[in-house]
Design a binder for this molecule. Structure first.
Ligand code: NCD
Length: 316
């Protein structure tokens, strides 16, 4: 599979998807992220790892968490970082994404972190870079968001241990438009998650092959029964045709995670959300900010996971 092409010394060349990556490589990256955690929080302890290397953030779609954490991850490994500002660039004059990338690459880049609104666009751009350049997918359309998948797995491991076969995970919400859900599903399957449940309105379910092996339904209360991990998703209105969701109030009544609903899950269940959250649409305030929420821990883990992936690709 070209997407998992390896360098001569056995490292990944690009990081485009978790699909087909395999449990051993995913676990290796999670262990590396765990080891890098003390440096992810700041300090200068890992600044030699990528000293002299340059990483460019090339985001054709908006981002808060992913872009900032990739920037910090590269900086805390000692790399130089270019945060390319699309809004102020020649992209606005009609320059293509590939010409933009090649232009910046000519100034000496080791890696591009790319987010793009179209499925497959990041993989397509990775075909156009120099042999020495790595490409990392920071989210393409609804297809994949592999570092989010990894940081979600790291967060689950920190609370539930590394044996996923004992766990029941429930993914709730707009699975159809979610690259996060697709990458989480790839990772949960690879790590042998005991049971994967999916709860979404019929109109927000993805194609059937995305859901192979999952228990799928519309009854959130029943699906919450006995789960260890609840993964909420944002209702992605910007990716929707009209009418997929009746009204946001009704959505909250049927699919919103409230405290009383959460009580159906195991008492020590964790609540996750990739952000940005629509409070009062998919999740209640007192759940998002409550004792079972690990949402900010996910954010913090994002830096460690992205450090691990950059280190693995650029070979520090
Ligand atoms: C997500 C994304 O952009 O895919 N956010 C993120 O990266 N943490 C999820 C979303 O936009 O809903």
């Amino acid at each position: 599979m070209t997407e998992h092409a390896l360098t001569p010394d056995g490292r990944l060349r690009h990081f485009l998807t978790l699909d087909g990556l395999g449990a051993a490589r995913i676990e290796h990256l999670l262990e590396s992220a765990e080891a890098l955690r003390p440096h992810a929080a700041g300090g200068t302890g890992a600044r030699q790892v990528l000293a002299g290397r340059t990483v460019c953030n090339l985001f054709f779609e908006n981002s808060t968490r992913t872009r900032t954490s990739f920037q910090l991850a590269a900086q805390r490994l000692g790399a130089d970082v270019v945060n390319f500002d699309i809004a102020a660039s020649s992209v606005k004059k009609g320059e293509s994404a590939l010409d933009t990338l090649r232009t910046i690459e000519a100034m000496g880049m080791d890696a591009f972190v790319i987010r793009h609104a179209e499925n497959g666009a990041v993989a397509a751009l990775s075909d156009g870079v120099l042999p020495s350049t790595s490409v990392l997918n920071a989210g393409d359309g609804r297809a994949a968001h592999p570092t989010q998948g990894l940081l979600d797995m790291l967060t689950i491991r920190q609370h539930k241990g590394s044996d996923f076969s004992k766990l029941t995970a429930l993914i709730v919400g707009d699975v159809r438009h979610s690259r996060v859900a697709r990458s989480d599903l790839h990772a949960l399957r690879a790590l042998g998650c005991g049971e994967i449940r999916v709860c979404a309105p019929q109109s927000l379910l993805p194609e059937a092959d995305t859901l192979v092996g999952c228990t799928v339904g519309q009854q959130l209360d029943a699906l919450l029964e006995g789960v260890d991990v609840v993964m909420m998703l944002r209702v992605q209105r910007e990716r929707m045709e009209e009418g997929l969701v009746p009204s946001l109030d009704e959505y909250f009544r049927t699919f919103g995670l409230t405290r009383s609903r959460l009580a159906k899950a195991k008492p020590n269940a964790i609540v996750m959300h990739p952000g940005p959250m629509n409070r009062g649409v998919e999740i209640a305030d007192d759940v998002a900010d409550g004792p079972q929420s690990v949402i900010l821990q996910q954010v913090a883990n994002g830096v460690a996971v992205r450090m691990a992936v950059l280190k693995h690709l650029l070979g520090g």
